[in-house]
Design a protein around this ligand. Sequence first.
Ligand SMILES: C[S@@+](CC[C@H](N)C(=O)[O-])C[C@H]1O[C@@H](n2cnc3c(N)ncnc32)[C@H](O)[C@@H]1O
Length: 367
Amino acid sequence: MLEVDEILVNGTTLRVLVDPEPERADRPALWPSIGEYPIYDPFLYTTMTTDEERNQRFRAALAQLAPDKRVLDIGTGQDLIWARESLRAGARQVLAVEVIEESFRTAAANLPAYGLDDRVTLLRGESTSVEFAPHADVCVAEIIGSLAGAEGAAVVLDDAKRRHLAPSGVVVPHRAVTQAAAVGLADLFGQQPLAFSASSLKYLQDIFNWNGAPFDVRLRIENASPSALLSESGTVEELDFNGTLHTSQRHSTRLTITRAGRMDGVLTWLQLWCLPKEEPLDALRMKTNWASIYFPLFKTPVSVSPGDILDLSLATVVSDDGVRPDYQLSAALRTTDGQEFAGSVDSPHHGGPFRAHPIYQQLFPAD
Ligand SMILES: C[S@@+](CC[C@H](N)C(=O)[O-])C[C@H]1O[C@@H](n2cnc3c(N)ncnc32)[C@H](O)[C@@H]1O
C-alpha cells in the first residue's frame, strides 16, 4: 500500500510517496542519505551508540592506541562516546570537537555527570576552523558515511593530520572504502512498494530546509539483501587515513555480471577498518547503522546475463562547502550479445537538480 504525504519545504508543501508499513529488520526501507547533513538528533545518535558491530571496532582500536596519549575526538556528538572510551582506555587528555550547536550543548551538559570535566576539553566548531595546541597523538573521528567519504572525512582528516596531529600521530579509523555492484530496484524491493519510509520524512524535510530547496537526495536503502546483487563488487572510493589521503579521487572498476536479471543502477556500501589487521565492517552483510546507497543509472531496466561487463567509474570532488564531496558516477554496460548501454548520474552533496531521474519523479509526485 502507498500513501502520498506532504512535507513543508521553505514554506511550500511538497508531495512525497510514502510506505506506511512499519520498518522491520527483514524488510528493505527507503530513506534519504542523512549522515552528511547537520540534522543529527537524539534518535540518530542512539542508532550509532547502540551499533555494536561498529563500537567494538572503535573500542578495540582505542584500547590499543589511546593509553597515555592525547586524543582528539572530531565529531564527538551529544554522547562524547569516543572521548569517554579514550579515557577509559587510559588516555591522558581528550579534546572533543562538535560542530552542531545543540549536540555540543547536550555534550557540555553531560560532561560533569560523566565525571570527566577535568580531562575532556570540549570545543564547539568545525575541526577545520578550530586552533589548539599541543598537537594530539591520536585522532578518532567517526565521520564516516554510508558512502565512505560523504561526510567529508578526506578533507577533515587531511586537515587534522596537517594541523592537529603530531607527526607520529595515528587516525582511527584506519581505512574506509566504498564498494559497488550492479542491481535492479525490483530485486532490491521485491513485492514492496518503492516509497520513502514514513519514519524518514522528518529527515527529508530537515535536509531540504537546510538546503533551502528540494533536490535529488542520495537514496539510502536499509536492509538491502546481498542476494539482490547482479554482479561481482569492486572498490569505487578509498580513504587511507594513515596513508596518502586523496581529497578528490576517481576510481574505475570492471565488474562481471554474475546472474541474469534486470539492472537499472548500482548499490554502494561501506567497508571499514578501525585497525589495519581486522575483519572489516561490511555494511551490506552486517547489522549496523550504515546502510547501502542506490544510484539510478538507466531510465528503464536493462536485461543482463552472466558474462556481461559493467565498467563503472566514480569521481569524488569536494563540493562548494569545501569539505563534503559531490559524486559523479558513470557506467558502460556491454552485453555478451554485443549491445552497449551508457548511464551516468551526478550526486551533488547539496543543491543540483530535482526530479531529474524518473525514480525521483515517482517519489515526489507532481500536484
Ligand atoms: C556520525 S556522527 C558520530 C557521533 C559520535 N562520534 C559517534 O561516533 O557516535 C558525526 C558527528 O560529527 C560531527 N562532525 C562532523 N564533521 C565535523 C567536524 N569537521 N568538526 C566537528 N564536528 C564534526 C557531526 O555534527 C556529528 O555530530
